[in-house]
Every structure is written in structure tokens, then in C-alpha cells.
Write a protein that binds this ligand. Structure first.
Ligand code: NDP
Length: 316
């Protein structure tokens, strides 16, 4: 029986994850199909319940469900517990285990961005969703001493800070209101800027004006494309990185959890690059503008490994 692995999110069409995972299953002779399940929040619990059946190896969870899925699984691994967010689910019998592979994925990306420099100790994080939780947890465990979180809805950033307060008692972790002048003042004092909002994903806009970007900042955008923010930052003299490496490594870790096999990293990277070259520019599964959000359960064909990448795309 062909096993199933699903990506649950809203929206999810044309996911890049399908391109890399299906190619990996096929190359390693694992009889499994990666499917995209577009589920609105009210459909999340039912989707998770379905995963308890024998035919499923597990799932990925993406925007906007990473936090809401936490109470729906039976056990959390350490990173999932620490972040309060789940991006990968495995099954043990009928029990579901929630993991967070965004954490190791982000760490690989951060290390690469920092390169030979000394690991900085101050960061500004834009966003307070599931992705931001993996970012903040990783920064704390990396030894950052000041992290300022800005979010459109301040209460969500405050909840994030509260969640981490115990493990961050030794350092300065704070939420601040999204005002340009405050962000500018914080950027002048920081070394690292992470965009963990989805601003720039659908439209070519930046979360912050180019003028407030100081040179020599290290800028990482979780979005898997050369966003406006990254172009502005590069022009300002910053070092920049998009979300590709994080996507690859969170995917590789998830693959190993589902299959017990080491992930074929080079192949997965190649398939991600192919998908990107064919016009898919989303971060991790969002549809192109004009896509059909109602297109449920579109299976990535086991031989057509570039299917998500070759789908017609609008301006994303
Ligand atoms: P969530 O839905 O949990 O959070 C979305 C975040 O974006 C919130 O902070 C939200 O603010 C903010 N946001 C969305 N729209 C706007 C807007 N119009 N104006 C201001 N703020 C906005 O999503 P995730 O945290 O899971 O994902 C966030 C981004 O990171 C996505 O683009 C995702 O694809 C990417 N990502 C990439 C990964 C990778 O491997 N490369 C891994 C994880 C995430 P508010 O709370 O105020 O609504």
C-alpha cells in the first residue's frame, strides 16, 4: 500500500515541499506520496484525526496552523514543546507525535549567514507566528542576549515572549509595538534581522522601509524567494539570505523522522532549485495568486517530481 504524507496548511497549493519530498521517496524506493491538503482552521482537527490511520507516515504543518495543532497531537518532542509550535507530525500506532524541524532548519541557515564572523548576540525578529517561535527559540539557545520581537498584533508578540520567559530569564527578550521609528531605533542597535512574517510572500513589498536598514546587518528572510526586503538590504550593504536553506533542512529532518532514512540532501536541494527555477517562489506551500484554494488533496505524482514547481504561477 502506498503510504501517504500530507502538508496541512492554508493555503498550500504549489508547495515546494512536494518537489523535494516526492523526489526523495522515489529515489530511495519508498512507496509514498506527498499530498497537499488545503485546510482552513475549522478543518484542522478533522485533518489531524485522519492521520491516525495506518496509511499515513506523517505530515508537515504550515501557515497558519503550527501553533493550533499543538493540542491536537498526543506527545511533543523537546523542540515542539519549547517552541509551542509543530511543523512535522509522525505516527506511532494511533498516537501522533509533534516535532519542530524548523528549529534545526533555522540554525543551519543562521550559521551559514553568519559564516566566519563571531555569532552575534542581538537580533530583531519581525513576526510572532509559528515560524517566529522556532526563530526565537533557536536564537535563545544560540546564546543571543537581546531579542526584540515586533508584530502587527502586539498581543501575539507578547504571548510569544511570555511563552519563552522562563528560558530567557538571563537575557533581554521583549515585544515591541510595530512603529517604524521604534524598529529603526532597534535596528541601529542590532546585528541580525529576521523576517518571520509573511509580508513579501504574495506581493513585492517589504515589511519595513529601505531607509531604516543600516549597512552591515545580517538579514534572513524566511520567505523562500529574493524578497523586496532582501533586495533593499543588499542595496544597503547588508549580508542577506532567503528561506531556501531553512526549508531544505527542516524538510530533510522531517523526511528522516517519517522514513528512518538519511535524507538525500543533494537531490532534495536540486529539486527545490528546479521548482524555484520553474517559477514557484513561495516559502513553504502557499499558492500562487489566482490559484484555486479549494483544490484539496492534490497529490504530487510519484514520478512527476517537479509537479508543484511547474504549475502555472502568477506574480509570486
Ligand atoms: P503564521 O501564520 O503563524 O504567522 C504569520 C506572521 O506574519 C504573523 O506574525 C503575522 O502577524 C504576520 N503577518 C501576516 N500578514 C501580515 C500583514 N499583512 N501585515 C503584518 N504582518 C503580517 O505563519 P508562520 O509563522 O508559519 O510563517 C511565517 C512566514 O515564514 C511565512 O511566509 C512562511 O512561509 C515562512 N516560513 C518559512 C520557513 C522555511 O523553512 N523557509 C519555515 C517557517 C515559516 P499577525 O500575528 O499580526 O497576524
Amino acid at each position: 500500500m502506498t503510504k501517504r504524507v500530507v502538508l496541512i496548511g492554508h493555503p498550500v497549493a504549489h508547495s515546494l515541499s512536494g518537489a523535494m519530498h516526492q523526489a526523495a521517496f522515489d529515489a530511495q524506493g519508498i512507496d509514498a506520496a506527498y499530498e497537499l491538503w488545503d485546510r482552513v482552521p475549522t478543518e484542522l482537527a478533522e485533518a489531524v484525526t485522519q492521520l491516525r490511520s495506518d496509511e499515513f507516515l506523517g505530515a508537515n504543518v504550515t501557515i497558519p496552523h503550527k501553533e493550533k495543532v499543538v493540542p491536537l497531537v498526543d506527545r511533543l518532542t523537546e523542540d515542539a514543546q519549547a517552541t509551542g509550535a509543530v511543523n512535522t507530525i509522525t505516527r506511532e500506532g494511533k498516537r501522533l507525535i509533534g516535532h519542530n524541524t524548523d528549529v534545526p532548519g533555522f540554525k543551519v541557515a543562521l550559521d551559514k549567514l553568519v559564516g566566519k564572523r563571531k555569532m552575534p548576540r542581538q537580533a530583531v525578529v519581525l513576526g510572532a507566528g509559528g515560524g517566529a517561535r522556532a526563530v526565537v527559540h533557536s536564537l535563545i539557545t544560540e546564546g543571543f542576549l537581546r531579542i526584540v520581537v515586533f508584530n502587527r498584533h502586539l498581543h501575539r508578540a507578547e504571548a510569544l515572549v511570555k511563552h519563552f520567559s522562563k528560558g530567557a530569564a538571563h537575557m533581554d527578550l521583549r515585544a515591541m509595538p510595530w512603529h517604524e521609528s521604534i524598529i529603526e531605533a532597534e535596528l541601529a542597535k542590532t546585528k541580525v534581522l529576521i523576517n518571520a512574517t509573511s509580508i513579501g510572500l504574495l506581493d513585492d513589498v517589504s515589511p519595513i522601509p529601505a531607509e531604516i536598514l543600516p549597512p552591515e546587518l545580517l538579514v534572513l528572510d524566511l520567505i523562500y524567494k529574493r524578497t523586496r526586503l532582501l533586495r533593499d538590504a543588499e542595496a544597503a550593504g547588508c549580508s542577506v539570505m532567503d528561506g531556501e536553506l531553512m526549508l531544505l533542512h527542516q524538510g530533510a529532518a522531517a523526511y528522516t523522522l517519517w522514513t528512518g532514512q538519511p535524507a538525500p540532501l543533494a537531490l532534495m536541494q536540486e529539486k527545490l532549485a528546479d521548482a524555484r527555477a520553474h517559477g514557484v517562489r513561495s516559502a513553504e506551500g502557499e499558492p500562487v495568486a489566482g490559484g484555486d484554494p479549494a483544490s484539496d488533496a492534490s497529490t504530487v505524482g510519484s514520478t512527476d517530481t517537479t509537479a508543484p514547481g511547474t504549475a502555472p504561477t502568477a506574480d509570486r
